[in-house]
Design a protein around this ligand. Structure first.
Ligand SMILES: Cc1cc2nc3c(=O)[nH]c(=O)nc-3n(C[C@H](O)[C@H](O)[C@H](O)COP(=O)(O)O)c2cc1C
Length: 315
């Protein structure tokens, strides 16, 4: 059975994380991933502390296995959300969007494992110096807010720069991606878009269907002018947003225009006016299936590839 140091560090069976995902990374998906031997991660998004407390409670009811929580540190509710997480005793936290260093002492005091999401080598080094336990290194193929470097180029550079385990994210949706990530020196993978197209994910059916219909060119990146680039499926919203960016409207006006669009797309299923976050690998995802099947197939395929490469003779 394919195991790595990250399995021992976190007490999980498979080196597979479900990325913390705003709106859709809820107890249903998180518990299914953890019960299947991966690491489910609650996505706090910009939800208030009460919502987060409720999701932690629901997840604990649905699984006795380890699970994590993701906090985008730019949330206006960050402080209250972190207080809830500390009080509820969640064992693993992934952070994004801002520097987690101010919070690290309290996470450590609570005995939590801290795993920031980073997209540059310099951020990886700073995080390691700050004493975090592992890193998710996310390439720009990913869904959602992204950096500038591809997974293929980022992972080996981060692996060379730090001693702590690195989890590869961005553009991974099957066992080939897991085997490739391990070959690049990662100790596990994090998938987002693949898990949206699972039976258990609460994402709207029309959004899931758009991912199934996507080809390799289906996503685009908006928000370059605001300093917060975001990858999503192309639709009327991304066209309008790009036009507004080109017209040079202010960051505040853009933020106002974008407000509520994720909920509209991901949960209400408005596939034209809502934001449909998805990574470039969406073009390869052709079915909706139970989380357990996704994880078992990823592991079995990676094991087969790793075995077959031993006898590889360039055929
Ligand atoms: C709907 C959706 C919402 C996301 N929200 C977040 C988030 O709130 N915080 C975060 O760190 N990453 C977020 N992500 C990124 C994922 O956690 C994951 O790292 C990424 O999807 C990996 O790339 P992939 O989609 O190519 O698998 C989101 C992704 C999706 C699809």
């Amino acid at each position: 059975m394919l195991r790595t140091v990250i399995c021992d560090l976190l007490g999980i069976q498979h080196p597979v994380f479900q990325g913390g995902m705003a709106h859709v990374g809820t107890a249903e998906l998180v518990s299914a991933v953890s019960n299947a031997g991966g690491l489910g991660i609650i996505g706090c998004g910009y939800y208030e502390a009460d919502w987060v407390r409720n999701q932690i409670g629901l997840t604990k009811q649905k699984t006795a296995k380890p699970f994590g929580i993701n906090v985008p540190l730019t949330s206006p509710h960050t402080k209250e959300v972190i207080d809830v997480i500390l009080r509820e005793g969640v064992a693993i936290i992934t952070t994004g969007a801002a520097d987690p260093r101010p919070y690290i002492p309290s996470f450590k005091q609570a005995g939590m494992k801290i795993i920031p999401v980073i997209s540059t080598v310099s951020a990886a080094k700073h995080m390691e110096e700050a004493g975090v336990d592992a890193l998710v290194a996310e390439g720009m193929e990913s869904a959602g807010h992204i950096g500038e470097i591809t997974t293929m180029a980022l992972i080996p550079q981060v692996v060379d720069a730090v001693k702590i385990p690195v989890i590869a994210a961005g553009g991974i949706a099957d066992g080939r991606g897991l085997a490739a990530a391990l070959a690049l020196g990662a100790r596990g993978i994090q998938m987002g878009t693949r898990f949206v197209c699972s039976t258990e994910c609460i994402a709207h059916q029309r959004y899931k269907q758009k991912i199934l219909e996507a080809d390799d060119h289906a996503t685009t990146v908006t928000g370059q002018t605001t300093g917060l680039p975001l990858r999503a499926l192309k639709n009327s919203l991304t066209e309008q947003y790009a036009a507004l960016e080109q017209a040079g409207i202010t960051k505040e006006e853009l933020n106002l225009f974008g407000e509520g669009r994720m909920y509209l797309g991901l949960i209400e299923g408005d596939t034209e006016e809502g934001s449909l976050l998805a990574g470039q690998i969406a073009g390869m995802i052709n079915d909706i299936k139970p989380v357990k099947n996704i994880i078992d197939e990823v592991i079995a395929q990676a094991e087969k590839i790793i075995d077959s490469l031993r006898d590889y003779k360039g055929r």
